[in-house]
Design a protein around this ligand. Structure first.
Ligand SMILES: *Cc1c(COP(=O)(O)O)cnc(C)c1O
Length: 397
């Protein structure tokens, strides 16, 4: 058994420093509580950036994974596996879309949506290949690939990685007029997060998503909704677009889709779009592997059966009401939807995060001034109130 200090030293010694983790080692985890090697317990209020909507090691998801482990873990897509079709069917019913294309990570699902939009633009809309344009938003976060960081507006994510991928246009987030103005005959899609997560829990103006939907339909361009972080009940609806009854052309999903056990991502769209793929035109060796599918099928079952959207709505309100009672003039705004909450400070949030962790609550700042709280959805009210007390102590200083 190594101590936290030894583990952190080894990690820093041999690993690239592309992250700056908080000095906490999570050795064991169960539901909303994690434990370090020394036995200190914390509430996990980050939930692996919403990949843990179901809490750590949800017993039913673990059971499904274990059962699959004993049967077959990976076939590649050269052959069929037992449960890929069942996974497709579950996700198709959940999203209301005809077809699914599975990948592993969120970034791969975003890439898949971008490729799909370009393909659709060329084959259906008739834009000359090489001229397809996709409109994106300032402050976006969609992953770390070369194509995706090419339209990032965060210098840290972008600098030094050129040459950048052409074909992207950036407009301000939440600005319907800017979208209208940016559209040209070569525009094939608009890509956006329904709530910007990494940017600091930025909730767009009411009605914006509805307007986006109308503008995209009017101009024959696809609306690609990146629900990687907001999907699967996090914001108090199954998908954040549903708060405004908006149906995107393509849902982009990841994170919680794998139940916090396996990387599993996917896009969902109708046949007029996803039907364009032919054998060999796109793929992934691990995409839709049976172990990930077993986790995904169970996760999709639980999120609906246990009405996670309602739980997230109610617990999220309780949590946000509690946070709003904190008395600290340094707090500028508390915002969010469901159980996706940001606390923005006038000053740096770094020391407040440190104080939360000291009090036994794991959370992280995003972009210096904002703390993101995203508790596992099954956290009990008792645990949530205990966490709130600790957060109140930490943020009152
Ligand atoms: C996390 C995230 C991604 C990228 O997912 P990875 O699995 O880290 O590649 C994409 N979009 C959004 C909105 C995210 O929050």
């Amino acid at each position: 058994m190594y101590t936290s200090k030894e583990i952190i030293e080894k990690t820093n010694r041999y690993g690239a420093h592309n992250y700056a983790p908080k000095p906490v080692v999570i050795a064991k985890a169960e539901g909303a509580v994690v434990t370090d090697p020394e036995g200190k317990q914390y509430y996990d209020m980050l939930s692996a950036y919403s990949a843990h909507n179901f809490g750590h090691r949800h017993p039913e998801i673990l059971a499904a994974a274990k059962e699959q482990l004993d049967k077959c873990t990976l076939t590649s897509r050269a052959f069929h596996c037992e449960n890929l079709g069942e996974f497709y069917e579950s996700l198709s019913r959940l999203t209301g879309k005809d077809m699914i294309l599975p990948m592993n990570t969120g970034a791969e699902a975003v890439e898949t949506a971008l490729k799909t939009a370009r393909l659709w633009g060329n084959r259906i809309k008739g834009v000359e290949n090489g001229r397809q344009q996709i409109i994106t938003c300032a402050g976006n976060f969609h992953g770390r690939t070369i194509a995706i960081i090419s339209f990032s507006t965060d210098p840290l994510a972008r600098d030094g990685y050129g040459p950048y991928c052409p074909g992207f246009v950036t407009i301000p987030y939440g600005d319907a007029k800017a979208l209208r103005d940016a559209i040209t005959p070569d525009t094939v899609a608009f890509l956006a997060e329904p709530i910007q997560g990494e940017a600091g829990i930025i909730v767009p103006p009411d009605g914006w998503l509805k307007e986006v939907r109308e503008i995209c339909t009017e101009n024959n361009i696809l609306f690609l909704a990146d629900e990687v972080q907001t999907g699967f009940a996090r914001t108090g609806d199954m998908f954040a677009c549903w708060h405004e009854d908006v149906i995107p052309d393509i849902y982009i999903m990841g994170k919680a889709l794998g139940g916090g056990v396996m990387p599993l991502s996917a896009i969902a769209a109708n046949e007029d779009i996803l039907g364009l793929y032919t054998p060999g035109s796109h793929g992934s060796t691990f995409g839709g592997n049976p172990l990930a599918c077993a986790c995904g099928i169970k996760a999709i079952e639980i999120v609906q059966r246990d009405d996670y959207p309602k739980i997230a709505r109610e617990k999220g309100k309780h949590f946000m009401d509690g946070l709003k009672k904190i008395n600290n003039p340094e707090i500028k705004e508390i915002r969010g939807r469901g159980m996706m909450v940001g606390v923005e400070f006038y000053s740096d949030a770094f020391d407040y995060v440190k104080a939360c962790i000291h009090e036994g609550v794991l959370c992280k700042e995003t972009h210096d001034h904002t703390i993101r709280f995203a508790p596992p959805i099954p956290i009990s009210y008792e645990q949530l109130d205990d966490a709130l007390e600790r957060i109140t102590r930490a943020l009152s200083k």
